[in-house]
Ligand binder design. Structure first.
Ligand SMILES: C[S@@+](CC[C@H](N)C(=O)[O-])C[C@H]1O[C@@H](n2cnc3c(N)ncnc32)[C@H](O)[C@@H]1O
Length: 255
């Protein structure tokens, strides 16, 4: 996402009581945030949901206003974008939402920021960048096994990943990644808006693609208990592995 520099974004974030900076702020020190997320909320026992690549927080604002009983952390890696998210969240819930924190962090290193003690119940991945131009960039996808195996370390047992995208290839690649990393699809659709699934909080990118008539692909994936135990660092999705895994998924009705 390319956007003009917003001079107001950093000062507004610096003064924001619900903003944490794991890149340049005090919270960038190793271990400053890890395993301590629940205690940062006034009601630590409530479910904890994490949105990775939240963008301008259009759906996040809608979600936190509609679900005050859930604690949310929304993460992105651009100050300009998070500045917009701060404005959207305050527009939805006032200057100090009790159930939301905004986080500056690189999700490719998310296990330095979240740990097993955080017991996140759900991760939202909405319209993550497909990184499809160069094969060597595949590993940056927020659904890549490098990231999925990190999510496993801090998801609660039976934790969920909710994935939305406009991109058919990314959706199918991600189904394969998720299967290999020990996540089972509970619900899948290639047309979310026609599926009746809810609640659905429409994001900025979702609005854009839906207006263009592109059906939104959606999957709810649940973490299986047994860890697949493979090393994702050198993983590449080959055409053969992709085809065979999708064939198996489709054969057992997980299309
Ligand atoms: C295409 S936008 C989608 C924004 C929003 N979720 C939506 O649906 O409108 C992808 C977002 O992911 C963020 N992003 C990409 N890679 C990231 C990373 N490694 N860590 C954190 N955020 C990332 C980008 O900055 C961008 O805001």
């Amino acid at each position: 996402m390319h956007m003009r520099t917003k001079k107001w974004a950093r000062p507004e974030l610096a003064a924001c009581p619900f903003f944490l900076d794991a890149i340049q702020g005090r919270e960038a020190q190793p271990g400053a945030l890890r395993n301590g997320w629940r205690q940062r909320f006034s009601q630590p026992d409530r479910p904890l949901h994490l949105e990775v690549g939240c963008g301008k927080g259009v759906s996040t604002g809608r979600m936190i206003a509609d679900q005050p009983e859930i604690n949310f952390v929304a993460a992105d890696l651009s100050y300009d974008i998070l500045g917009c998210a701060r404005r959207n969240l305050t527009a939805a819930c006032g200057e100090h939402p009790q159930n939301a924190l905004l986080l500056m962090a690189d999700v490719c290193f998310i296990d330095q920021v979240f740990g097993p003690g955080d017991r996140v119940e759900r991760i939202y991945i909405h319209f993550c960048n497909p990184w499809s131009e160069h094969a060597r960039h595949e590993k940056r996808r927020l659904t890549h096994p490098r990231q999925l195996m990190q999510y496993r370390t801090f998801l609660a047992p039976g934790g969920e990943i909710h994935l939305k995208t406009d991109d058919d290839d990314l959706f199918d690649d991600s189904r394969v990644y998720l299967q290999l990393c020990g996540f089972e699809p509970d619900f899948l659709t290639r047309d979310l808006h026609a599926s009746g699934f809810g609640p659905n909080y429409v994001s900025e990118h979702e609005e854009k693609y839906a207006a263009m008539g592109v059906p939104i692909k959606f999957g709810l994936f649940r973490m299986k208990e047994s860890s697949p135990g493979f090393d994702p660092t050198r993983f590449r999705l080959t055409p053969g592995l992709r085809k065979e895994t999708l064939r198996l998924l489709d054969a057992c009705g997980k299309a």
